[in-house]
Design a binder for this molecule. Sequence first.
Ligand code: TYD
Length: 203
Amino acid sequence: MEKRRGKLIVFEGIDGTGKSTQVRLLREYLESQGIRVVTDYEPTRGEWGMRVRAAAASGKRLPVEEEVDCLLRDRREHVEQLITPALERGCWVLLDRYYPSMLAYQGATGIDPIELQRLNESFAPQPDAAFWLDIPVEVALGRIRNRGETNDAFEQQHFLEACRRIYAALKAPWWRQIDATADALNVHTRVLEYVKVLLGELS
Ligand code: TYD
């Protein structure tokens, strides 16, 4: 077990929900409170994460067993090299995606989400809070189109509906649903309500 002195905060949701904006806003808030922050995302840009990204960008995902294998290797490296050392130094770690993404995306591709949760929790520290930024799939796809981006192999309507259903079924004390159809500052306010509870635990 790591000796956790910082907090691990995760943002989840299908693409187009505003996760990276929320990571930035929370980082700014925490730094204004004198807290040291590390931000990152998964899949990482390491060897294993890049295999999954490259396949999805080409429009053809890897076979799901291979995807799970690559993403677990990627996460294991991330935990060992970045997440655990930063938490031990007392930094707060903010992540744009973590293992709930695997439950949702590889779960929606046919692997049992409960089994995936067990596999991940055998080595990956559980978050102190994971904010699920929830919006209807059509709204998310509209936002992606408005950014001028084309959909990659993960971003298809029926598939994302299945991901959203798995997010909705996830059970953990740290899992918090937030309505992300609201504007970014509203969502940030909801995030802060809970982050202030975590800050209170430190004082
Ligand atoms: P994404 O956050 O969309 O990266 P970018 O914004 O740079 O495109 O991540 C890429 C995809 O990886 C995303 O569609 C979800 C998927 N993914 C999984 O399928 N399983 C996982 O465990 C993780 C972390 C991500």
